[in-house]
Design a protein around this ligand. Structure first.
Ligand code: ZN
Ligand code: ZN
Length: 340
């Protein structure tokens, strides 16, 4: 089978390797689609702090089951599936608490462990998430980023009837905004500095958008929420200014949820957190249940993914996908690699 390997940043080489076969408890998947995400781009540029090269990328994917190992009876050949990428120890304190997404020795496939950028991928049956028969391959590859949104919004407490501001309208921000609506938020305002991304946010039905290049968050909040303001701010952009505006803007007793990744350590006025009795919450990836919920919300149409499907490249053109993302800047949401 074909396998794509990144020997060092900025280079992808293809090699022929033996087909991996499933051992007991494992499943062999013919990979159909792989999504390229922000963390992959960090790896491509050699800017990911926790990887070493060579590595095999790919952690957002879908495929069809081709073979199952001994003892696997709940997954059948031809099932449409995706799979969680975390390798965890099961022994450390977070794992023992069930918080295995924060395992002390967590390895994520595509980063610290080999990913799925190959024709056939073998994984443990308990990492498999089944997809509805009517899902197209693209939907399967979107489950991972949707699961990020499911998990993170689950960290923000009960969102029923709440006003929410989501800062950052890229793929994750978009799904976070949709997940807030799925969790019963009254109104969601999403902000960005890209009109293109805000247009996609409108297409998936987010209540209100604001380009913070043209309008301050404060004005937009007044316009959309009036005197009620907002109860929850979700920082997805990974930008200090955005974090500051959420901390100072959210209503007293409100919550600020951190989903973004910061290249530099942001400075925040903790006296506002103190005096306004704010809750600041973090979120780390997801757990298996979040993936199942993601599939349900996608199947019911509560979370829409099609408008985010920007462009596809063939497996051989993997590198062109990165060049496309580089050239298009903020005019791209999700780029996918087509294998089979
Ligand atoms: Zn990803
Ligand atoms: Zn652990």
């Amino acid at each position: 089978m074909r396998q794509a390997i990144m020997p060092k940043p900025g280079i992808i080489e293809f090699q022929q390797v033996a087909d991996p076969s499933p051992k007991a408890g494992q499943v062999q998947i013919r990979v159909q689609r792989i999504g390229v995400c922000g963390s992959d781009i960090h790896v491509y540029y050699g800017k990911h702090p926790f990887v070493s090269y060579p590595l095999i990328q790919g952690h957002e994917f879908s495929g069809v089951v081709e073979a199952v190992g001994h003892g696997v009876d709940n997954i059948k050949i031809a099932d449409k599936v995706t799979a969680t990428p975390q390798e965890v120890c099961g022994q450390c304190p977070p794992c023992r608490r069930g918080q295995y997404n924060a395992c002390e020795v967590l390895k994520v496939r595509g980063f610290q462990a080999p990913g799925c950028a190959q024709d056939l991928f073998v994984t443990e049956a308990d990492k498999i998430v089944k997809l509805p028969d009517n899902f197209i391959p693209e939907q399967g590859a979107f489950v991972e980023p949707v699961a990020v949104a499911v998990h993170s919004t689950g960290q923000a407490g009960d969102l029923t009837g709440k006003n929410v501001v989501v800062s950052g309208a890229g793929t994750i921000g978009n799904f976070v905004a949709q997940a807030c609506k799925s969790r019963g938020a009254k109104k969601v305002l999403i902000t960005d500095i890209s009109d293109y991304r805000l247009e996609i946010a409108k297409q998936v039905g987010i209540d209100a958008v604001c380009n913070v290049k043209n309008q301050s968050l404060e004005d937009a909040v007044k316009q959309e929420f009036g005197d009620d303001g907002f109860d929850v701010g979700v920082e997805v952009a990974g930008v200090e200014a955005s974090l500051k505006s959420l901390v100072t803007g959210v209503g007293k007793g409100g919550t600020v949820l951190i989903v973004g990744v910061y290249e530099e350590m942001p400075k925040v006025d903790m006296s506002v957190v103190c005096e306004h009795e704010l809750t600041v919450k973090g979120s780390m990836m997801y757990r298996h249940d979040d993936w199942v919920q993601a599939v349900e919300w996608m199947a019911s149409g509560q979370v829409k993914t099609a408008p985010l499907d920007s462009k596809h490249f063939s497996f051989e053109d993997y590198l062109l996908a990165y060049k496309f993302i580089e050239d298009e800047g903020d005019k791209v949401m999700k780029v996918m690699i087509d294998l089979n």
